[in-house]
Design a protein around this ligand. Structure first.
Ligand SMILES: Nc1ncnc2c1ncn2[C@@H]1O[C@H](COP(=O)(O)OP(=O)(O)OP(=O)(O)O)[C@@H](O)[C@H]1O
Length: 227
């Protein structure tokens, strides 16, 4: 049968669309890990992403050993577990990150990350380099896209951290020294894509593209003085 050219073109385009939609769905099932030094602007950009696309993205539900506060629902706000259960999860290597704050443990399990995709949302993880390394070593099945949000320079990072008004001199110095090792890992090529947050509009545009499943070249890492 000879298919008229226009129908043929439509069929090919549809086929291409189906492939594209499928490929997009696969990317959207992959968590997006946003990593970057404290003060680079991760929350600023991610809050905007969630506000612009309220039904496309999700955060995983963390585990905690602290007691629920009034109105908090187990499995929604947190998975509330006793210390012993939390420690068993650590031993089993279930977490992609976990930390202790004022006597309570908090953590994100790989299972909680995977659960987000089941709700047809892309899981966004805001974690540090240590978490990135843990995922690569222990949870490769999550197969995330790793995005490094880079500061334009170390002095600009220091300015943002002090401008935020949340840091003592001690914690500012601790964050800046942690920033240097985060940047070193990015220089070694630890991430799939780099976005330099030199300008909120520009950086958000790139982050949004990656979050929506587009494959972009990304930015080059700046050369950081004094690293
Ligand atoms: N492109 C930008 N230019 C100037 N200031 C910015 C830019 N992006 C974010 N900021 C500001 O920098 C400060 C730090 O941003 P933000 O709190 O989003 O960082 P963060 O990476 O989430 O830090 P943390 O990891 O400590 O939570 C904020 O005061 C924010 O308004």
């Amino acid at each position: 049968m000879i298919i008229p050219k226009t129908i043929h073109t439509v069929l090919i385009t549809r086929k291409r669309d189906i492939h594209f939609t499928r490929a997009l769905r696969i990317v959207m099932n992959r968590p997006l890990v946003v990593c970057g030094p404290s003060g680079t602007g991760k929350s600023t950009l991610l809050n905007r992403l969630f506000a612009q696309h309220p039904d496309k993205f999700g955060f995983s539900v963390s585990h905690t050993t602290r007691k629920p506060r009034a109105g908090e629902v187990d499995g929604v706000n947190y998975h509330f577990v006793p210390m012993q259960e939390f420690e068993q999860l650590i031993e089993r290597g279930a977490f992609v990150e976990n930390a202790m704050f004022s006597g309570n443990r908090y953590g994100t399990t790989a299972a909680a990350v995977a659960a987000v995709a089941k709700q047809n949302r892309r899981c966004i993880l805001d974690i540090d380099t240590q978490g990135v390394k843990l995922i690569k070593a222990n949870h490769p099945q999550l197969n995330p896209v790793f995005l490094f949000l880079a500061p334009p320079s170390i002095p600009e990072l220091a300015k943002r951290l002090s401008g935020r008004g949340t840091e003592s001199e001690e914690s500012l110095n601790a964050r800046l020294s942690a920033a240097k090792s985060e940047i070193k890992y990015a220089v070694e090529g630890g991430h799939d894509v780099v976005v330099v947050n030199d300008n909120v509009e520009r950086a958000y545009g790139l982050l949004e593209k990656v979050a929506l499943g587009e494959s972009i070249e990304g930015d080059k890492l700046p050369v950081y003085e004094g690293l």
